[in-house]
Design a protein around this ligand. Structure first.
Ligand code: ADP
Ligand code: ASP
Ligand code: MG
Length: 460
């Protein structure tokens, strides 16, 4: 079996879905499990619907629901001939899902309250719309496909918006559920299964989701659970590049990176893969390939075990908008007591620390600019002086054992000689170096550094 995951841009419209279907057709001999995201930007729209509903702006929310209905029906028109009964079935399913959404919006507006549990239900609708629509289209094109409900198999804890998957339990239940889904009520198995990325549930069936970009994670979880031969992540770029090609000029496609490098790139901000994706695949040594659905014969990137990958710098990642919290000890408190108190507070407020640098009486910590830090700051102020720097960006250089390259630091810091650097942090694994700079300098610095690292010969 193989897992084939198609992201939002790979299923954006009828043209993209037709391309996707011909990619799947080539792989039918491998019994693919297809994981689909919502059509491009649909999840953003569903978030907006939630926000409108929460503010009781029902007209705006319902208008967006109708847009979703029309868009999906328009795509159905482009995929399935109007006289095919599967066209009627697809439109009925779209109506059913959009009517459910409408009802939810009306209830939320009445109650004037939106729980995370209801939000998870609403934002999962995008993947239900896409997977149902594509299942009908595949069958209409004579690719015998069954639908598998991700909520039956991707089981998580009760964190509704960022569910933590129970990997051992998923592995235990997966073989039976997948066999049942493949056969359904028929004598012969289907040629392919299709399921929703991002969507999950608790063991008792309460809806959860895996967090933004979570469809990659679904692909890896299913890959692990069925011990897939390969996991293919189909997106809109020729694999993983030396930096985000939308942000940096002349990036290069990387033929191979290690699991560790890919995980670090994602952790440090490269949107091309969900940060947790690699973890379930690593244990089983399942190769992951990142491919371009708009250029299926293009190079792509294979993600392989560390031992088969050469050392050196591979990629630049960034987090465009972060803040730095500088904490100064005001009391005579020993350094370890001071640190443990700070860590405890970050944990109590569920704020994940990103970079950290310390001295005896001062700690600097970076966080996403979206983090709500008001209550943390109040608590910190009871034993420390705090100073927050906003409008900063974090830039990370990633590559296997790159810190051992003799001239790397010289090249990096020569390039950055004129820049204000607020924090520097090198990971213990010698695989990454992160810097905090002013946000308005991110773009030129990324481009300069990319040029130095990938277009200049090292100076020996
Ligand atoms: P999908 O909808 O297929 O999940 P995403 O938008 O989540 O696609 O991820 C693909 C995008 O990731 C690309 O369009 C690109 O802009 C961005 N990206 C960020 N860093 C990199 C990188 N190092 N290599 C390739 N793409 C990257
Ligand atoms: N549709 C979800 C999102 O936009 C999940 C995904 O695309 O991976 O975040
Ligand atoms: Mg993605």
């Amino acid at each position: 079996m193989i897992i084939m995951k198609f992201g939002g841009t790979s299923v954006a419209d009828a043209e993209a879905i037709l391309r996707m279907m011909s990619i799947v057709e080539e792989k039918l001999n491998k019994q693919p499990i297809i994981v689909v995201s919502a059509l491009s930007k649909v999840t953003d729209t569903l978030y907006k619907i939630c926000d409108y509903a929460e503010r009781c702006e029902s007209i705006e929310a319902l208008m967006l629901v109708e847009h979703l209905r029309e868009r999906h029906k328009h795509v159905a028109d482009g995929l399935i001939a109007a006289n095919n009964p599967l066209h009627t079935s697809a439109c009925q399913k779209i109506d059913e899902l959009c009517n459910q959404l409408k009802k939810l919006v009306e209830v939320i507006c009445d109650l004037e309250e939106l729980s995370d549990r209801s939000r998870a239900r609403i934002i999962a609708t995008g993947e239900y719309l896409s997977s149902n629509l594509i299942a009908f289209a595949l069958n209409a094109h004579h690719i015998h496909t069954h639908l598998l409900d991700a909520r039956k198999i991707v089981l998580t804890d009760t964190n509704h918006l960022k569910g933590e998957p129970d990997l051992p339990r998923i592995s235990e239940i997966a073989p039976k559920i997948i066999q049942q889904a493949l056969y359904g009520m028929e004598q012969q198995p289907a040629q392919a299964l299709i399921t929703q990325g991002f969507v999950s549930a608790t063991e008792s069936g309460i809806p959860t989701v895996l967090g933004r970009g979570g469809s990659d994670y679904t692909a890896a979880i299913l890959g692990m659970a069925v011990q897939a031969e390969n996991i293919e992540i189909w997106t809109d770029v020729d694999g993983i590049h030396t930096a985000d090609p939308r942000q940096v000029k002349n990036t290069l496609s990387l033929p191979e990176v290690s699991f560790e490098e890919a995980a670090e790139m994602a952790h440090f901000g490269a949107k091309v893969l969900h940060p947790s994706t690699i973890e379930p695949a690593v244990g089983q040594n399942i190769p992951i390939t990142v491919l371009n659905s708009q250029n299926p014969s293009g190079p792509g990137t294979r993600i392989l075990p560390n031992s088969s990958i050469p050392t050196g710098v591979k990629s630049l990642s960034c987090k465009e908008h972060i803040l730095v919290i500088n904490i100064f000890s005001t009391r005579k408190i020993n350094a370890s007591g001071f640190l443990s108190r700070i860590f405890e507070l970050f944990s109590d407020h569920h704020l994940p620390i990103d970079l950290i640098s310390t001295s005896e009486a001062n700690v600097s910590i970076t966080l996403s600019a979206e983090a709500n830090i008001d209550r943390l700051l109040e608590d910190l102020a009871t034993f420390a002086m705090v100073f927050v720097e906003t409008n900063k960006s974090q830039l990370s250089i990633v590559g296997k054992e790159m810190a051992l390259m003799p001239d790397l630091h010289t090249r990096i810091f020569q390039t950055l000689a004129q820049e204000k650097i607020y924090m520097i942090s090198q990971g213990a694994g010698l695989n990454n170096l992160s810097l905090v700079i002013d946000r308005d300098r991110l773009n030129p610095v990324m481009n300069q550094l990319h040029h130095t690292l990938f277009y200049h010969e090292p100076c020996h």
